[in-house]
Design a protein around this ligand. Structure first.
Ligand SMILES: C[S@@+](CC[C@H](N)C(=O)[O-])C[C@H]1O[C@@H](n2cnc3c(N)ncnc32)[C@H](O)[C@@H]1O
Length: 472
């Protein structure tokens, strides 16, 4: 597939839909709130040209009433970046426009050299004009699928005087090329960062769950999330306030399922991310062996986070690197010397189904079914409704939340109303419950998210959970 084809649209269309000054000011304020705080704005965009203004105001100036040098550099970053983006006709920018890895460009600043000539005592006007021959080269390289490295000039004037001159060096390339492939295992630090960010955000939501309806011991999640995860969680909770409750409900329901398996000996966590269950539940579950599967880059981060924890309990754990789109989960587990499919096992497939298409989910479920050979073994999974992904749900907060997930590089691509039908192709019995039913709540947002517990033998898992809750 040619992921970097030049879209056949006119500059006028591109200007209207993607890069006009008003739109770019709104999008950049949303993505980088400090730009809004200092009232920075884009004033003109043309092909290979961007002008912006940093007004003289109390938020942007120092004790002498002149612009802070670092803010001039910040303005240079986005003025040059937008001039470069204007050349990539029709290509949305990752982190700014709504987009996917398949259709977007990733752009980042590699270096900058700013010379401050004199203090700025008026509105600061920045201008980046890309020379024509360089602009041609940028387009040729980008649309041939090659990485672009461009050094762009940005000049700053205030009251007609030259205040500063900058040389800004950017990289730009199709986002899809940042992903590791079977041929190219070299992983871009940008890809790694994005991957880790969403797992940190989920840990951040769990980290503050002890203030919500369910009190979950969040000490390990707090350490895993760190300030970055907590910040991202606050941002997404600000968009969709129900998110906190949805994540703590799923954690609680998964925990209850684990506790309901008689004589549980193994727990398999698919897409483990920064799930700290092995430490939180190790003792309560009577010391099962945990298998944690995820992409190698995520496991690297998981290992780093765990190594920094103070006195983690000695949970029995094995990490297995896997790309579920390329590797068969059953083969990886069955080939592991410590995994025994005949033992009572619970597989947790949490916060993952929405990132794989139906065929990929189907392959994962079928592989899971092959490793659940004990009659008490089970699978816990969570599913968003189809209307969430298609947009038909018509709830603006959910729509904005999905945009936020896109910006994190975690686009939801799959939703389904009847995951029990999907699951029952592989496992005999599934109990399905929505968060709305689980919480006995009215809020329709909670009806869009469901949990499933599936076993290979017919037996009501709901009844087992209920019995367990009542201490039977
Ligand atoms: C939203 S996180 C959920 C993490 C964890 N289950 C939790 O609830 O905290 C999704 C996880 O899926 C993992 N993942 C994404 N694509 C994957 C793939 N192709 N193969 C394996 N894991 C993948 C990510 O690395 C991430 O850890």
């Amino acid at each position: 597939m040619n992921t970097h084809a030049r879209p056949s649209i006119t500059w006028e269309e591109d200007y209207r839909d993607r890069v006009n000054p008003q739109l770019m000011t709104i999008l950049l304020h949303k993505a980088i709130p400090v730009l809004q705080a200092v009232q920075w704005r884009v004033t003109r965009v043309d092909e290979g040209l961007c002008m912006s203004e940093l007004p003289i105001c109390s938020a942007s100036t120092n004790q002498h009433g002149t612009h802070q040098a670092a803010l001039i550099s910040l303005s240079a970053d986005y003025t040059g970046g937008l001039a470069l983006a204007s050349l990539l006709r029709g290509i949305p920018l990752a982190g700014v426009h709504r987009c996917t890895d398949e259709n977007s460009a990733s752009m980042w600043l590699a270096a900058m050299d700013v010379r401050y000539r004199m203090p700025s005592t008026g509105h600061l006007r920045a201008c980046c004009r890309i020379p024509e021959d360089m602009a041609r080269l940028v387009c040729e390289r980008y649309f041939a699928g090659k990485r672009v490295l461009a050094t762009l000039p940005v000049t700053f004037t205030a009251n007609g005087d030259l205040v500063a001159e900058a040389e800004m060096k950017y990289f730009a390339q199709p986002s899809i090329q940042l992903r590791p492939t079977a041929k190219n295992s070299r992983v871009s630090p940008l890809f790694k960062h994005r991957l880790n960010a969403s797992a940190r955000m989920i840990a951040g939501l769990r980290a503050s769950s002890d203030t919500g309806r369910f009190r979950i011991d969040a000490a390990y999640d707090r350490q895993a999330a760190g300030p970055h995860g907590e910040l991202l969680a606050r941002r997404l909770k600000g968009i969709l306030p129900q998110l906190q409750t949805m994540v703590s409900s799923r954690t609680r329901h998964g925990d209850e399922t684990l506790a309901s398996v008689p004589g549980l000996r193994q727990v398999v966590i698919l897409g483990a991310g920064l799930d700290m269950r092995p430490f939180r539940l190790f003792g309560a579950l009577d010391n099962p062996l945990f298998f944690e599967l995820d992409l190698p880059e995520m496991l690297e981060e998981r290992a780093r986070v765990i190594s920094m924890m103070e006195d983690p309990p000695l949970a029995a754990r094995r990490m297995i690197a896997a790309d579920f789109t390329r590797h068969a989960v059953d083969e990886l587990l069955l080939n592991h010397c410590d995994f025994d499919p005949r033992l009572p096992t619970c597989v947790i497939y949490e916060g993952c189904s929405m990132y794989f298409d139906q065929a990929q989910n189907d392959a994962i479920l079928s592989a899971i079914a092959r490793v659940l050979q004990h009659p008490d073994s089970c699978l816990w999974s969570d599913w968003v409704r189809e209307s969430v992904v298609s947009g038909a749900v018509g709830n603006p907060a959910i729509a904005r939340f999905l945009e936020g997930m896109d910006e994190l590089g975690e686009r939801f691509i799959f939703g389904c109303d009847h995951p029990d039908r999907l699951l029952e192709d592989h496992l005999a019995d599934t109990d399905l419950i929505s968060v709305q039913q689980y919480l006995e709540a009215e809020d329709p947002v909670f009806a869009t998210y469901q949990f499933a517990v599936s076993r290979r033998t017919i037996l009501s898992t709901q009844a087992t959970l209920e019995a367990r809750r009542q201490g039977v």
